[in-house]
Design a binder for this molecule. Structure first.
Ligand code: IMP
Length: 185
């Protein structure tokens, strides 16, 4: 689906700022999981694919990567509040160290659902790293162990994050601003 209204994208977080923050997060994660025989890094598709790629390359531990896809937004700008698992993990996580990697925590419904599901599989340890957090939007009380940036209540795109499947390939994070003149970007 293509967005019906024309929009522009204003840069909010530069590629350079993201890279610096990813490096710092990876250092903290490496320290926290030091001694693990293998960390299973679980990326929530599709929004986390760029973030997880950068993050794992900065984590100085043996890692395994797996993916899980949960639906919440569909193609709209509002959370459906009903979370469905569209693609489950390939591997077992029982007794393992797990790091869930999420793009944005918004209402919190997605993360809450995913964390509950994964905890029911009895990992040894489960932590969450979210690139972005919009605390003012929270409806379910949940917080990531590590957060890249807290942002205001804006709809953002880029660095893997989409608006109706568009703009995932922007190297920075930008906010969507609807325009009347039809300019995009
Ligand atoms: P939640 O269940 O409301 O916390 O929604 C989390 C998911 O909604 C994120 O993983 C994103 O895929 C999507 N989402 C939330 N805010 C935005 C946004 O500003 N832009 C694009 N997707 C978003």
């Amino acid at each position: 689906m293509v967005p019906q209204r024309p929009y522009a994208i204003d840069e909010m977080i530069s590629a350079k700022a993201i890279a610096a923050r990813v490096e710092a997060l990876a250092k903290e994660i490496t320290r926290a999981f030091r001694g693990t025989d293998k960390l299973i890094v679980v990326g929530l598709l599709r929004g986390s694919f760029v973030f997880i790629a950068d993050l794992v390359r900065e984590i100085d531990l043996p890692v395994e990567v797996d993916f899980l896809e949960a639906s919440s937004y569909g193609n709209a700008m509002e959370s459906s509040r009903e979370v469905r698992i569209l693609k489950d993990l390939r591997g077992e996580i029982a007794g393992r160290d797990v790091l869930v990697v999420e793009d944005i925590v918004d209402t919190g419904f997605t993360l809450h659902h995913v964390v509950n599901l994964l905890r029911s599989r009895e990992p040894k340890r489960l932590e969450v790293c979210a690139l972005l957090d919009k605390p003012s939007r929270r409806e379910v009380p949940i917080k990531a162990t590590w957060t890249g940036f807290e942002i205001p209540d804006e709809f953002v795109v880029g660095y893997g994050i989409d608006f109706a499947q568009r703009n995932r390939n922007l190297p920075y994070i930008g906010k969507v601003r609807f325009t009347e003149d039809g300019s995009v970007g």
